[in-house]
Design a protein around this ligand. Structure first.
Ligand SMILES: Nc1ncnc2c1ncn2[C@@H]1O[C@H](COP(=O)(O)OP(=O)(O)O)[C@@H](O)[C@H]1O
Ligand SMILES: [Mg+2]
Length: 240
């Protein structure tokens, strides 16, 4: 098992709150890792720190396959994401990461296929080509025939599957999802998670997913438990 992303000794404080109180976590290539814990335990802060959205007060975030700008890099072939400036970080997030949030991530005026194509267009792929590449995600996610629908004409589960397609469009190394089924009923959520984990794995990307739902977490290869900003346990599931 080979690590693609690691957080070492992550500390993040908000005033007197220790959102992260010294977290170590490693994400292996192609694995799905669920982050579980009670509300306020630091799950979202951890996800956003690993994704280069929040800069930790202390500790390192290391991503394989990046050049380090440090004089003494942590190791050849690893980049210290937590040292990067905002421009480099946002380029990284666009190219190597995909994001799925709870809701409200699709642009209502654009048809589904253009929503999925958007990250490619931001990377400079011409519109027609981007839309063509975007379409390949519709069938695997059970969305065939819905390419021209606008978000308002999709069900909650369909919209969330379009958001997954959009996260995968750039063929990222890591997909980050924060409570991706939080706004869905149980059976719709179950279907969305099944597709999120399987299509992400088929694409060859790792998945880091925050959830407070044990049934959702059980779809992942590994579960990291957090409590009061610390790792309180790991569990391993054998995925059916
Ligand atoms: N931007 C912020 N400003 C102040 N406090 C924050 C901020 N973000 C998170 N916190 C606090 O940090 C702790 C962890 O938050 P969070 O990571 O969102 O937890 P979770 O996702 O597990 O519910 C909570 O006590 C929360 O109130
Ligand atoms: Mg949260």
């Amino acid at each position: 098992m080979s690590t693609v992303l690691a957080g070492n000794g992550l500390i993040k404080k908000y005033g007197t709150t220790n959102a992260l109180a010294g977290v170590d976590v490693q994400v292996a290539e192609r694995e799905s890792l669920a982050i579980m814990g009670p509300s306020g335990s630091g799950k979202s802060t951890l996800l956003h720190t690993l994704a280069g959205i929040i800069r930790p007060d202390r500790g390192q975030v290391l991503l394989r396959g990046e050049r380090s700008e440090m004089e003494i890099p942590p190791a050849e072939g690893w980049g210290r994401v937590d040292h990067w400036g905002e421009n480099r970080l946002s380029a990284l997030r666009r190219k190597r990461f995909g994001f799925v949030f709870q809701f409200g991530q699709l642009l209502p005026e654009l048809p589904a296929e253009e929503n999925v194509a958007l990250p490619l267009m931001l990377e400079g792929v011409p519109r027609r080509q981007a839309v063509q590449r975007a379409r390949r995600w519709f069938a695997p996610l059970g969305l065939a025939g819905l390419e021209h629908r606008r978000p308002g004409q999709l069900s909650g589960g369909q919209a969330q599957r379009v958001a997954i397609a959009r996260a995968l469009a750039v063929e990222p190394d890591v997909v980050f999802a924060d409570e991706p089924t939080g706004a869905l009923d149980q059976s719709t959520g179950e279907e969305v998670i099944r597709l999120l984990t399987s299509v992400t794995r088929d694409q060859g990307a790792a998945l880091v997913m925050v959830t407070h739902d044990a049934e959702v977490a059980a779809h992942c290869d590994r579960v990291l438990q957090v409590r009061d900003g610390r790792v309180s346990g790991y569990s391993q599931y054998t995925v059916a």
